[in-house]
Design a binder for this molecule. Structure first.
Ligand code: 5AD
Ligand code: SF4
Length: 457
C-alpha cells in the first residue's frame, strides 16, 4: 500500500494486557502514513481491527462473539470488504489463525503480533483476497514500525507504555505466552532510549517499560554489551523530562541485584512492583514449572523490601490449577498474608490447549475454583484497603495526569500506582506536586495539594 492522502478510518478494539494497548497504538502509527486516522465510531470505519488476548478461555471466546456482531453490523449497513475490512490481530490470531479463518468467514485479515510492521501491505492485499500472516519474521519489527507524529504522542498524554522485551522462555505449564509471543527478544538499548527521548520531548513524564518477562531484559548497547533492566533504568532516568519509570511484568527469578539496587538508588524508579507468584504451594509451583519455591519468593521479596522499604507489591494468582488441594490453596492464602500486597490479580485456572497443564490429571471442578477465588479475592481486597488506609495522612508526590471525572478535579497517580483525586485547577496538569492524602475509597485516594516537600518517597 503506497502512502496516500485519501482519508480512511481505522477502529481498533483492544483486549487483554498493556502490551496490546501499546501494540494498538503502534498499529495506528503504522497506518497513519497511509491515510488512516483512528476513529472511535465503529460504523464509520474502513478498517476494523480486534487486537485480541489468548491468556484465558473467556478472553479468546469474546473474540468470536465480537466477530459475529461485526459480521451482522457490516451486512446490515450493506457494506463488505471493499469498504469495511475486518481484521484480527494479537495472540488469538497468532494461536488460532487458521481456526478464525474457518470459523469466521467475515474476517478478511488475520495477523500475529510479529507482523504489525507489515500491516499496510497486509491491508492492501486483504482488499482482494483473505490474508493470514502468523509468521515469526526474521526482520526486527520495531526497526520497521514508524514512530507516531509528535502531535499524536502529545495527544496520548503524560504517561506512556514502551515495550522493551517480548516473548518468554520460562514455559510455565499453564501459559500460552511462549507459544503466542515466541521466545524472549530484547530491543537494543539505543532503540529504547530513542523512543523514550521522543516520548519525553512530547511531554511524557512517566514511562512504563513493558515485556512479558520484562526483568529478563538483556538488550545490547552500542558497544554490543548485554544490558540488564536495572542498567537500562539508569540510562532512561538520565533523559530530561522522564520523571518516573515503572516496568511490568516480572518473573521472581529475574529480580537480579542490578534491578533491586536500582530501586534503592534511582528516585525515578517508582516503588511499585508487580511480581506474580501464582501459588503459595511448593507442589503446585513445581507442577506449574515456576522454577522456584514459596520460600525463595519470600526471600526475594525480603531483599526488595530491604532495598526499598515502602515498596508496594502486587501479584498474580491462579486458583484451581490441576492437582490443587485444600492444603495447597491454604498455602496460597498464607503466602498472601505474609507478603501483604498493595493489590493483586487472581484468576481461576483456565485450560489452554497446547500447554502441558491442559493434559494434567486432577483438573479442579469449577465450583471449587469459584469458592477459592472468592476467598482469595476477599483477602486481597482487605489487604488493598489496609494499604490505602496506610496512605491517609501521608504527603505523596502525585503526577497530576488529566482532568478528573468532576469539574474542578484532577486525576493523578501516586508513586504506588493508586489513582488520586484532587480538587485543583486544570492548569496544574503535567506537574508532580506534593499531595496530602485525606481519604481513601476501594481503588483510589483523595487529597489536597500542599506547599512544601512530599514525604515518604
Ligand atoms: N489460567 C488462568 N490464569 C492464567 N494466567 C496465565 N495463564 C493462565 C491460565 N491458563 C494468569 C497468570 C498470569 C496472568 C497474566 O494471567 O496469573 O500471571
Ligand atoms: Fe507465561 Fe509469565 Fe510464565 Fe512466561 S513467566 S510462561 S509469560 S506466566
Amino acid at each position: 500500500m503506497s502512502a496516500t492522502h485519501e482519508k480512511k478510518r481505522v477502529f481498533i478494539k483492544t483486549y487483554g494486557c498493556q502490551m496490546n494497548v501499546y501494540d494498538s497504538d503502534r498499529m495506528t502509527d503504522a497506518l497513519a502514513p497511509h491515510g488512516y486516522e483512528p476513529t472511535t465510531e465503529i460504523e464509520s470505519a474502513d478498517l476494523v481491527l480486534l487486537n485480541t488476548c489468548h491468556i484465558r478461555e473467556k478472553a479468546a471466546e469474546k473474540v468470536y462473539s465480537e466477530l459475529g456482531r461485526l459480521r451482522d453490523m457490516r451486512a446490515e449497513m450493506g457494506r463488505d470488504r471493499s469498504d469495511m475490512l475486518i481484521g484480527v490481530a494479537g495472540c488469538v490470531a497468532q494461536a488460532e489463525g487458521e481456526e478464525i479463518m474457518a470459523r469466521a468467514p467475515a474476517v478478511d485479515l488475520v495477523f500475529g503480533p510479529q507482523s504489525y510492521h507489515r500491516l499496510p501491505e497486509l491491508v492492501s492485499r486483504a482488499r482482494t483476497a483473505r490474508v493470514i500472516d502468523t509468521e515469526f519474521p526474521e526482520e526486527d519489527k520495531f526497526a520497521h514500525l514508524p514512530a507516531a507524529r509528535r502531535e499524536v504522542t502529545i495527544g496520548r498524554g503524560l504517561t506512556a507504555f514502551l515495550t522493551v522485551q517480548e516473548g518468554c522462555d520460562k514455559f510455565c505449564s499453564f501459559c500460552v505466552v511462549p507459544y503466542t509471543r515466541g521466545t524472549e527478544v530484547s530491543r537494543p538499548v539505543d532503540q529504547v532510549l530513542a523512543e523514550a527521548t521522543r516520548l519525553a520531548e512530547a511531554g511524557v513524564r512517566e514511562v512504563t517499560l513493558l515485556g512479558q518477562n520484562v526483568n529478563a531484559y538483556h538488550g545490547l548497547d552500542a558497544t554490543g554489551r548485554s544490558t540488564s533492566l536495572g542498567q537500562l533504568c539508569h540510562r532512561l532516568a538520565e533523559i530530561p523530562g522522564i520523571e518516573r519509570l515503572r516496568y511490568t511484568t516480572s518473573h521472581p527469578l529475574d529480580m537480579d541485584d542490578d534491578l533491586i539496587s536500582a530501586h534503592r538508588d534511582l528516585d525515578a524508579l517508582m516503588p511499585y512492583l508487580h511480581l506474580p507468584v501464582q501459588s503459595g504451594s511448593d507442589t503446585i509451583l513445581k507442577a506449574m514449572n515456576r522454577k522456584h519455591t514459596a520460600a525463595q519468593y519470600l526471600e526475594i521479596i525480603g531483599r526488595i523490601r530491604a532495598a526499598r522499604p515502602d515498596m508496594a507489591l502486587s501479584g498474580d494468582f491462579i486458583v484451581g490449577f490441576p492437582g490443587e488441594t485444600d492444603a495447597d490453596f491454604e498455602a496460597t492464602l498464607e503466602m498472601v498474608r505474609q507478603v501483604r500486597y498493595a493489590s493483586a490479580f487472581s484468576f481461576k485456572y483456565s485450560i489452554r490447549p497446547g500447554t502441558p497443564g491442559a493434559l494434567m490429571d486432577g483438573q479442579v471442578p469449577e465450583a471449587v475454583k469459584a469458592e477459592r477465588l472468592a476467598a482469595l479475592q476477599t483477602l486481597i481486597a482487605s489487604q488493598q484497603a489496609s494499604f490505602n488506609a496506610g496512605c491517609v495522612g501521608l504527603t505523596l508526590p502525585v503526577l497530576l495526569e488529566k482532568p478528573g471525572r468532576n469539574p474542578g478535579q484532577i486525576a493523578g497517580r501516586s508513586p504506588y500506582l493508586q489513582p488520586v483525586h484532587i480538587d485543583a485547577p486544570a492548569d496544574l496538569i503535567g506537574q508532580i506536586l506534593p499531595v496530602e492524602i485525606t481519604g481513601q475509597a476501594k481503588n483510589s485516594l483523595s487529597g489536597a495539594i500542599v506547599t512544601g516537600k512530599a514525604q515518604a518517597v
